[in-house]
Each structure stands twice: as C-alpha cells, then as structure tokens.
Design a protein around this ligand. Structure first.
Ligand code: FAD
Ligand code: SF4
Length: 330
C-alpha cells in the first residue's frame, strides 16, 4: 500500500493552489477511473485534491448561449437534464450508453474527458507501453489490438479514447474551460487531444496543473435532431468498439446541416469533417451517406485484427443518417 495525501477543495482558486505544480498530485472527480489506476499501480499520486465540492455542478441552457456544463456535474445529472434531453439528445444517449448507473452517479464531466485508455497493456504495469512508460514500445501493434485505433494512430501508440460522452461533445463543437494559477483558459475539444505522433504519453493540451471548470456547447439547432449509437460486444456495461454521434437537418431532400463524430476509432473523439463536407448541400440518400462514409474512412489504417471497424463505421454512418433522415422528414 502506497500512502498518499487527500485534500478537499471548496473553491476553484483553492483547488488550483492545492494542486500547485506538483507533478505527483491529481485532481479527484468521481474516482471511477483514477482509483482503479491507482490500485493497478499505473497512477501513483502523492496527493489527491478532491474537486467534488467545487461550485461547478450546474447545467445551464439558453437559446442564445447554448449549453454550459460544470466540470463536476455527474454523468447521471447531465444525462437527465431536461435541456440536454431536448436540445442535445445525442449527448444524453451517449452518457447513458456508458458504464452503469452506479458509475454514472459518481463520474464527473471533467473526469470523463480525462479518462485513460482501456488498452490492456497500458493497465498492466508488467508490460511495455509507450503511453505509460515513454520509449518502452507498443506491444499492441503486434499483439492484442482488436479494439484499437484505425484513424490518426501512429506506430508508437494505437490506443483509442474510450469516452462515449466526448464523442457527442465533439459533434457539437464543445469548448473546454479550465483554470490555472495564471487564470482562466479554454480550448475547443478538437484541439484538446493532440496528435499521437511519437508522444502518446501527452494526452491533452491542458497546461500543467489545470483544473477543468466546464464545457460549453454553442447553440446548434441541428443538435435537437441528433442520435448516439454505440456498438459493443455485450448489450450493456461494455466500452464501445465503434460509436457515432450524428445530427442532421434535411430540407426538401437536401442536407442543410450535419454533425458527425466517431468513437472508439482514434485516440480522441473523431470529428468526421470529410464526411460532413461531402454531405452538405447534397441529397439525403443512402448513396450519398455511403460516399460520405468512404470519404471519411479513406484515411483508415487497419491492422490484422481491427479491420472490421472500417466496415462497422461505414455501416453505422449510413444507418444512423438514414434513421435521422426518416425522423426529420416525418
Ligand atoms: C467498469 C467501468 C465501465 C465503464 N464504462 C464506460 C463506458 O462504457 N463509456 C464511457 O465513456 N466510460 C466508461 N467508463 C469510464 C467512466 O466513464 C470514467 O471512469 C468516468 O467518466 C471518469 O470520471 P471520474 O469523475 O470518476 O474521474 P476520476 O477517476 O476522478 O478522474 C479521471 C482523471 O481526470 C482527472 N480529473 C478529474 N476531474 C478533473 C477536473 N475537473 N480537472 C482536471 N482533471 C480532472 C483526474 O485527475 C484523473 O486523471 C467505465 C468505467 C468503469 C470503471
Ligand atoms: S496502444 Fe498505446 S496504450 Fe496500448 S500498449 Fe501501445 S502505447 Fe501503450
């Protein structure tokens, strides 16, 4: 048993000050990922700063400003919020597709964004892993990789980001707010998870010691017609092997607006910009959806055991866009 300190923070500035610049200190949200990793010896913090008492537990919506979600809002409260259900249904569906009721009652929005990969080599400290131990190698490339990345990976790491919630946030152009000792800052979610390259251990662009304070979704009327679909190996309580958050606006058979993000395919929630570009202004037809999927997945690089994901994602894109078209055309 390794000893560690525990402090509870009651205001944002205090939380940032308690963590300081200590690389061995960690913020503690619901603890549903961090504590597991501590038990496995992957994380070995000397100090935990509990953020659950911070006044960051509100969800606010206005048509002009969009949705503002505090970092300590639990996954359960986020999914159940009437404005989220009404204006961003894919976000509710994504959150409810993750983990279990008990875990969602504990897990926070900030912690969900920063959850670590479930790659089995990463969580086993007896194995090499470039993400956990830079320069030690990536055994997944030649080993177990059936649920690893097909987009944006590198020879140094092919792990995926496991969050369902973050996929919906990426589709809706989320902006992540944070606070450091130097003051507040923000970054779009598209820039939050950096390219893997040869530095897979650098997982976000957050400055050292930064506390995530919230997430903002700009107004997006198209988001009211949205859906999250998750494919997994068991019916419940399992991480995605592929997922999609999609929103669609169709008028007179023509795609006026579309948002697409893919999950479990990359080290980050993957905003499908190439597919969106292919769809805007064109017909809302199965052929067009298939062509858009091809455009997005042209960059896919599969390994021997994860090539099924290319077909899976193509089918998911076509199926969910077809369903949304039928829904908005009623
Ligand atoms: C059995 C099981 C099944 C799961 N299934 C799914 C699933 O299907 N889909 C899915 O998306 N997720 C799933 N999860 C993951 C779960 O969603 C995450 O564990 C959870 O969202 C993490 O939130 P937390 O508040 O508990 O984070 P914590 O474990 O407290 O923290 C995670 C990380 O975030 C940091 N952190 C926390 N809050 C902040 C903050 N405000 N600012 C800066 N850093 C912060 C911590 O220091 C830590 O590094 C599952 C987890 C388990 C245990
Ligand atoms: S895929 Fe990434 S996390 Fe998994 S073993 Fe390779 S370097 Fe480690």
């Amino acid at each position: 048993m390794r000893e560690f300190g525990y402090e509870r923070a009651f205001d944002v500035a205090g939380a940032v000050a308690l963590l300081g610049s200590d690389p061995e200190a960690r913020f503690l949200g619901g603890g549903t990922n961090l504590v597991d990793l501590m038990k496995a010896g992957v994380e070995r913090p000397a100090l935990l700063v509990d953020v659950r008492e911070l006044p960051l537990d509100q969800v606010d919506f206005t048509p002009g400003d969009g949705l503002r979600i505090g970092a300590t809002v639990t996954n359960s409260d986020l999914a159940a919020h009437p404005d989220v259900r009404r204006h961003y249904p894919a976000l509710t569906q994504a959150v409810l597709a993750g983990a279990s009721g008990q875990l969602r009652n504990m897990a926070t929005v900030g912690g969900n964004l920063l959850q670590r990969t479930r790659c089995g080599y990463f969580t086993d400290v007896t194995k090499a892993c470039n993400k956990r131990s830079p320069g030690s190698g990536c055994p997944a490339v030649g080993g177990e990789h059936h649920n690893h990345a097909i987009l944006g990976a590198s020879e140094h790491c092919i792990a995926i980001h496991a969050s369902d919630m973050a996929v919906a946030l990426a589709a809706f152009d989320a902006v992540i707010s944070y606070r450091t000792a130097d003051g507040p800052g923000e970054t779009p979610i598209t820039g939050f998870y950096p390219p893997v390259g040869d530095t897979p251990h650098i997982e976000t662009t957050l400055p050292p010691g930064a506390l995530i304070t919230g997430v903002t979704l700009p107004p997006a009327p198209v988001a009211a017609h949205s859906r999250y679909r998750k494919v997994r190996e068991r019916a419940s309580y399992a991480f995605a092997i592929g997922s999609i958050a999609a929103a669609l606006d169709v008028q007179d058979g023509v795609v006026r607006d579309v948002r697409l993000a893919l999950g479990a395919v990359a080290s980050k929630p993957w905003r499908a910009r190439a597919a969106e570009r292919a769809l805007i202004g064109g017909p809302a037809s199965a052929e067009a959806f298939a062509a858009a999927a091809e455009a997005e997945l042209a960059a896919a690089e599969a390994l021997p055991e994860n090539g099924y994901k290319v077909t899976l994602m193509r089918n998911l894109i076509v199926a969910v866009l077809t369903e949304l078209t039928e829904e908005v055309s009623r």
